[in-house]
Every structure is written in C-alpha cells, then in structure tokens.
Design a protein around this ligand. Structure first.
Ligand code: COA
Length: 208
C-alpha cells in the first residue's frame, strides 16, 4: 500500500528514524536516552522528557480532548498529571509513548497499549493533540509515523484503535494513516454519561 499521506518523509526502512544519542537529565535524577526520533514535515516525535510537563499540562487541559478519550485521561489536567505520566512512560524501552513536537514544544502524544496472552502481538493506539494545532494534518502525520515505527519496533502484527463513532476527525486520521474500518461496537462505551458506539480500526504489519 502506498503512503496515503501527502508529505515527503521517507519510510522507516529508509532511516526516517533518526537515532540521537543525546541524553537529558531528568528531575528524577536518572538520565534518559532520547533514542528515537521520527521526523515528519509537520512534526517530530520523540520520547517524553521531564521538561515537557508544562507544555503537556497546558495542551492537555481541554475538555474537547477529554471528551474523546478514556476516563483514565484526566480532566482538568494538572501539571502533576503531566509529571506523573511522563515519569511513568519516559524510561520504557522501547518506548510505548512518543511526544508530538511542533516548534520544539510537546503539543500532543501518541501511545501504545500492548495486549497480552494470545493477543500479545496486537496493541491499541491512542493519541491526542492540543486544540491550537488541530486541522493542520499533524495528527495524521504523527499517527502514520508512529504506526510504521511501532509495528516494527514492537514486533506487532496489528495495531488497532477504537474511536467513538461520532469522532469523525479521529476516524479520518486513522483512514489517512492506512487503518481499515473493521466494524462498529454498538453501545460499547459510556463517556460523560452518554452511551457511545465505538469503531474498530486496524492496520496490519506489512505483508499481512
Ligand atoms: C483526533 C485529533 C488528534 C485530530 O487532530 P488533527 O491534527 O486535527 O488531525 P488532522 O488535521 O491530521 O486530520 C483531521 C481530519 O479530520 C477531518 N475532520 C475534522 N473534523 C471533522 C468533522 N467534524 N467531520 C468530518 N471530518 C472532520 C479534517 O478535515 C481532516 O481530514 P482531511 O485532511 O481529509 O480534511 C484531534 O482532533 C484530537 O486530539 N482530538 C481529541 C482526542 C482524540 O480524539 N483522540 C483520538 C481518540 S481515538
């Protein structure tokens, strides 16, 4: 399948993943290796670092974002929430979460939840972007880059997403990132007191 996104980045195999050996000191006292950098036309993606907390807290603290995500994602979103999140994900190797960076600031994130047992080569993707950056193709680029990297880096057969059926922006992002709609899970979620349908989208590893 050709890359559905109109931009000039190369494939991961063509070394679009730049390896940076720089190390950043963290407030938790342990150096963290910035080992992955996915470079696109609109954003770059790299592991979260402690210095991202303020930007993440400002960007994530928006009810329009919370409304489309699991309740695990806090609202209001405080600085302490960002610090806790970054402290949890920053040192995982290989990373399961990457920051979406625009103009040197972390303005969103993409994360992976690995499945277990017979589903162990599947993972669920989740993502969000600060509202000031919506509508510029940034999420499409980030989800595409992340998916292609994660399928390889985590040895996955399948990455799936479950947007609310009413979340047309996210569904469009997934379609542009090469995900296929597999079905609708009727009345499968309750968000903000409302029963929701969720759609199942998936993208498989190359050759599947
Ligand atoms: C989903 C989200 C990441 C999209 O970010 P984004 O940077 O605006 O996405 P893009 O600009 O790459 O693409 C958005 C696409 O959706 C389309 N779109 C946006 N709102 C739409 C709507 N109400 N109806 C139909 N299409 C819509 C845009 O036109 C665009 O498609 P196009 O390029 O074909 O015109 C962002 O809206 C967000 O953070 N939402 C809250 C969290 C969330 O929904 N996460 C996903 C959970 S599954």
């Amino acid at each position: 399948m050709g890359n559905p996104v109109d931009c000039a980045w190369k494939t991961i195999a063509e070394a679009n993943v730049a390896r940076s050996l720089s190390r950043a000191a963290t407030k938790w006292g342990q150096p963290e290796e910035m080992s992955i950098e996915l470079v696109g036309m609109r954003c770059i993606m790299r592991p979260f670092v402690a210095a991202d907390a303020t930007s993440v807290a400002v960007m994530a603290n928006d009810r329009r974002i919370w409304l489309q995500l699991r309740d695990l994602f806090p609202y209001p979103y405080h600085l302490a929430d960002a610090e806790t999140y970054i402290g949890r994900v920053a040192s995982v190797e290989p990373p399961r979460s990457l920051a979406i960076v625009v103009d040197a600031a972390a303005v969103g994130g993409v994360g992976l939840e690995l499945m277990a047992d017979v589903n162990r080569r599947s993972a669920e993707i989740g993502y969000w972007l600060g509202t000031a950056y919506w509508g510029r193709g940034i999420a499409t680029e980030a989800v595409t880059l992340f998916t292609e990297w994660a399928l390889s880096a985590h040895g996955l057969l399948r990455i799936f997403a479950q947007p609310f059926a009413s979340n047309l922006a996210s569904r469009r992002v997934l379609e542009k990132a090469g995900y296929l709609l597999e079905g609708t899970m009727r009345c499968s979620a309750v968000k903000d007191g409302v029963v929701r349908d969720q759609c199942m989208y998936a993208r498989l590893s190359p050759g599947r």
